[in-house]
Write a protein that binds this ligand. Structure first.
Ligand SMILES: N[C@@H](CCC(=O)N[C@@H](CS)C(=O)NCC(=O)O)C(=O)O
Length: 338
């Protein structure tokens, strides 16, 4: 298993080096659309609605970049990727960025040669089991069958957790979230393990969510965020500062509802720079002064996006927790717009 992972990594590193010199901003502008790699379907994060329009927290991160660069949040081609196809899609240039519950790790950053531009969701790995199993802790899963997606940090953490606790499990390897949920529903695995956010999102799609429990253990750190290829710092800056703009807008109370008004009459110098009223930060990243204003108009600030797709008033019901602003005791902290 380890060797497969290693050889896979080396192959991708070669690909990434070949694609690294491209000026992605020019490509995106010439094409007129942003190719954004998302997952194949995780409710609340990225999934097509009944009319086939992609919706979700990760989808809005793509739309924000398209608003900044192309002046059109709809100018996105969503490319569904599974855990095992996502890195090839990015390294080969099939997509301009990935926005799909991907954990920032050492080897992905260095060996696979990707650039994580920040964290937009601080997560951790959890377990879901049918309530009928009467299991109250992951440590009681000795001998269980566990559905696990190949090519994820999840499968590596799972092995660590069971080894550390001196218990055994039988992995049921699967490729996509949909397949995992089918197998889980059919009883082919006793437990499903993945990022806790995706567990909550998946449970919300069940007919009777209350028949399933998410166990208390969080066995890893999963800092999730958008990523681009190494070697195109200008493009990385655009994707990074789009994320920062969403986070800063929430911190400073700039919303989709008041952004137009604030760009006329704000008295806060940081907001004035963010919205391009003072200075021209956009010009420093190859965009115009109003790039961040468009980002916020597209789908609102970070807090609005979170609340709309995955927050406590949605069926997914995630609390802000670690993903609260630093001013509210969380970890979200936008760098200064100066
Ligand atoms: N954060 C972990 C896991 C990410 C992951 O891909 N999780 C699965 C389980 S929810 C997923 O998103 N699948 C999406 C899909 O099947 O399209 C990683 O980066 O390796």
């Amino acid at each position: 298993m380890k060797r497969t992972v290693l050889f896979g990594a080396l192959g991708l590193a070669g690909l990434a080096a070949g694609a690294a010199s491209a000026a992605t901003l020019d490509d995106v502008k010439a094409r007129g659309t942003l190719n954004c790699g998302v997952n194949t379907g995780v409710a609340g994060f990225a999934a097509p609605d009944a009319s086939g329009n992609w919706q979700g927290f990760d989808v809005d991160a793509c739309r924000a970049v398209a608003a900044a660069v192309l002046n059109d949040p709809q100018a996105v081609v969503f490319v569904p990727t599974s855990p095992s196809t996502r890195f090839t899609a990015l390294a080969s240039g099939e997509v301009d960025m990935l926005s799909r519950n991907t954990t920032w790790t050492f080897s992905r950053d260095t060996d696979l040669k990707f650039e994580f531009v920040g964290v937009n969701y601080y997560d951790g790995q959890g377990f879901m089991v049918p309530k009928a199993l009467n299991v109250t802790s992951a440590k009681e899963l000795d001998g269980a069958t566990v559905c696990i997606q190949t090519g994820t940090t999840t499968e590596l953490n799972l092995a660590d957790f069971f080894r550390t606790n001196n218990i055994s499990y039988e992995p049921v390897p699967i490729e996509t979230n949909a397949e995992a949920l089918q197998q889980y529903a059919a009883g082919a695995c006793d437990a499903y393990t993945t990022d806790a956010s995706a567990l909550a999102a998946s449970r919300a799609t069940f007919e009777t969510p209350d028949d399933h429990v998410i166990l208390p253990e969080i066995i890893s750190k999963e800092p999730l965020g958008p990523l681009v290829r190494h070697g195109d710092n200008d493009w990385a800056d655009i994707v990074r500062w789009t994320l920062m703009a969403l986070i800063a807008a929430e911190e400073y109370g700039v919303t989709s509802a008041n952004v137009s008004e604030l760009s006329e009459n704000t008295t806060n110098p940081e907001v004035a720079r963010l919205l391009g009223v003072e200075d021209n930060l956009g010009g420093m990243i190859g965009l115009d002064a109003e790039w961040a204003k468009r980002v916020i108009m597209a789908g609102g600030n970070y807090g609005e996006i979170f609340a709309r797709h995955i927050g406590e008033n949605t069926p997914i019901g995630l609390a802000r927790g670690l993903n609260a602003q630093w001013t509210d005791g969380g970890l979200l902290y936008a760098m200064p717009f100066r």
